[in-house]
Design a protein around this ligand. Structure first.
Ligand code: SAM
Length: 299
């Protein structure tokens, strides 16, 4: 078998696996007395106990080592910004931390390219969901036929988080804010021992401003995990990955390289900023490979 057919096989098997996971999740949810949850999009795979495992696009459950999080987080105040379905927030809580999870107050507050209209944002979010989800055409028509942004917020972001939160009996505090607007007043805490930014800076038009807002809340370690440009460039650079076609932009804008992260983080007052490693995997259902760098910065 050549490598191309190996790849096809692996994409097919991930798709099959995803379909089976989704069917098992939906069946188990109904058995446990929940409503039909098949309209929800699961970004993260989260084990909710009693045989209920969310059919997530990203499954980090057995691949946490590369992040180099402290094993024991007892007594730590942790902030997870751009928390999504909350896998990392719940993991930090499991390790003993007191956790604040931040995500957007609405889909309309996603960063927009200058000039992008709300209508274009709606199409963009619909596109993202279509790509990821296993919903039937009828379900999608129902969702997109109503108030698309609100429905997408409920089915894509906040509904899945709230379901997991309640199911896990979690004490994670959810705060609704853009990354730019996080502040002690909003979060009810002066600062945090550990701040995690997983795949969120790349969705900001102004990553420097976003990083500065969260850096001000970090008294210990800041951990950033995201894709980096494939380059041997040693000067600090930030690669623009937003595309060139008006109205066709994705939600990803910038990939700084490691020297860029290191310099910005030092300028923001961190004593050291280093590449701790990489984590890799494949997304469900598409099977696309990903590789993310993990950067640790310490006060
Ligand atoms: C790609 S997901 C990453 C989820 C999780 N942190 C992880 O690493 O798996 C990005 C998350 O960031 C949120 N997000 C995007 N732009 C944001 C912004 N400007 N402020 C706060 N959150 C944002 C999205 O709603 C989404 O939940």
């Amino acid at each position: 078998m050549n490598s191309a057919s190996n790849l096809d096989w692996s994409h097919q098997s991930l798709r099959q696996e995803h379909i089976q996971m989704a069917a098992a999740f939906n069946k188990r949810a109904v058995e446990l007395g929940y409503r039909d949850l098949s309209d929800f999009f699961w970004y993260h795979t989260i084990d909710l106990g009693d045989g209920l495992v969310t059919p997530g696009t990203y499954d980090y459950r057995f691949n946490l080592e590369p992040f180099r999080f402290p094993e024991n987080m007892a007594g730590m105040q942790v902030l997870d910004v751009g928390s999504g379905t909350g896998f990392f927030a719940f993991e930090f809580e499991k390790r003993g931390a007191e956790v604040t999870s931040v995500d957007l107050p609405s889909m309309a507050s996603l960063d927009r390219f200058p000039g992008e209209t709300l209508e274009q944002t709606i199409r963009k979010v619909e596109g993202m969901m279509r790509e990821h989800s296993l919903l039937s055409t009828d379900q999608k028509r129902q969702i997109f036929g109503r108030d698309a942004l609100q429905e997408l917020y409920r089915t894509h972001l906040d509904g899945p988080f709230q379901f997991c939160h309640s199911r896990l009996g979690s004490k994670v505090v959810r705060c609704y804010s853009t990354i730019y607007e996080v502040s002690p007043e909003k979060l009810g805490k002066e600062d945090f021992d550990l701040v995690f930014l997983g795949d969120v800076l790349l969705h900001t038009i102004n990553p420097l401003q976003a990083l500065a807002a969260v850096a001000a809340l970090c008294r210990g370690t800041l951990i950033v995990s995201q894709a980096l440009p494939e380059t041997t460039e040693t000067r600090p650079i930030m690669l623009y990955v937003g595309g060139e076609e008006p109205g066709k932009d994705e939600v990803t804008w910038w990939w700084p390289n490691v020297p860029c992260f290191e310099q910005i983080l030092r300028k923001l007052g961190f004593r050291e900023a280093t590449l701790a490693g990489y984590h890799t995997g494949r997304v469900r259902p598409g099977g696309g490979a990903y590789k993310r760098a993990v950067i640790h910065a310490r006060r």
